[in-house]
Each structure stands twice: as C-alpha cells, then as structure tokens.
Design a protein around this ligand. Structure first.
Ligand code: COA
Length: 146
C-alpha cells in the first residue's frame, strides 16, 4: 500500500476556505494533548479563538491525518512570536518540523519582521539550526492569568 505524501497548508488569516472542521479541530486537540506539555486540554472553542487570533498558521496532513502544526502572532513589522510547533511522534526526525518553521518564517505576516521570538524548553538545538539564538541577557517575564 502506498503512503500518501505530507501536504502542508498555510491557513490564511481570516480565509473562510481554510477554516477548521470539527473533526480537524479534534485532531489538533489530540496532537497538542499528545505531544506538548504546555498546550494540553485546550477546548475546541479555545482553539478556534487561538486560530482566529494567529496571523500565521500552518498544518501538515498525511492523507486525512493531522501530523504537524505551528502558528505565529505578528505585528507585521517589528515583532513576531512562534507558538505551538508540534510534530506527531511517528513523523518526527524526518524534516517536518523544519518545514513547518520554514513555512511560518516565509509567511507574509512574518517576512521582513525585525525580530522573531519563541520559547522552548527542550528544543533549543532544533531552532538553532533554523537561525535562532539564545536571547542573551533578556529575561522572559510572565504574568499568569486565570
Ligand atoms: C521539536 C519538533 C517540532 C522537531 O520536529 P522534527 O520533525 O522532529 O524535526 P526535524 O526532523 O525537522 O529536525 C530538524 C533538525 O533539528 C534536529 N532536532 C530535532 N529536534 C531536536 C531537539 N529537540 N533538540 C535538538 N535538535 C533537534 C534534528 O536532528 C534535525 O537535524 P538534522 O537536520 O541535522 O538532521 C518535534 O520534535 C516535536 O514536535 N517535539 C514535541 C513538541 C515540542 O517540543 N515542540 C517545540 C516547542 S518550542
């Protein structure tokens, strides 16, 4: 049986055509629940709002199966932040994570932006290969709400 190739989709901000169906949203929930520690137990309603509020969103599909995801927020000129880059366990180590990040970095919402940030606990080496470097003396400050 032939294996279908991986298809990457750029979800254009506000594009109706690329809205997520309920079944696809459930797959996104499962991907984040299964492969992240920071994005677990997000409800479908919360994910919808998250997607609508992200200026760049990319998903990767093998057939009907969601195998990768990433998103970014951006002001379009000075600052952008990558969020929730995740690859399904059985698809890791084959270049998909790199393709997801490269797709985000070449999104019109991020091209030309002065600085692109991200936070990572275990994957700094992955992002180093993609041109990111440690933030130096800058401190990450967090206000936890809810
Ligand atoms: C981090 C993650 C997205 C990488 O995706 P992936 O598809 O496995 O990565 P790729 O195959 O594209 O790897 C690209 C390169 O980065 C390296 N790499 C991948 N994960 C790495 C890690 N955690 N630390 C250091 N290097 C890493 C790979 O070895 C590869 O190097 P090569 O080109 O020399 O072979 C994936 O492992 C994942 O989803 N992890 C769980 C969620 C997570 O931690 N996401 C990051 C949130 S900040």
């Amino acid at each position: 049986m032939s294996v279908s190739p991986i298809r990457l989709i750029r979800h254009r901000h506000g594009a109706r055509r690329l809205r997520w169906w309920p079944g696809q949203l459930r797959q996104l929930q499962a991907l984040l629940d299964g492969h992240s520690f920071w994005a677990r137990e997000r409800s479908a309603a919360q994910l919808r709002r998250m997607l609508a509020g992200s200026q760049a969103v990319v998903s990767a599909w093998r057939g009907d199966r969601l195998v990768g995801f990433g998103r970014a927020s951006s002001d379009g000129i000075f600052r952008a932040v990558l969020w929730d880059v995740v690859v399904a366990g059985d698809e890791q180590g084959q270049g998909l994570g790199r393709r997801l990040v490269e797709t985000l970095l070449t999104d019109p919402a991020l091209v030309g932006v002065e600085r692109i940030y991200l936070m990572t606990t275990n994957s700094a080496g992955f992002y180093t290969q993609l041109g990111f470097e440690p933030g130096g003396t800058q401190k990450l400050m967090v206000r936890r709400q809810q």
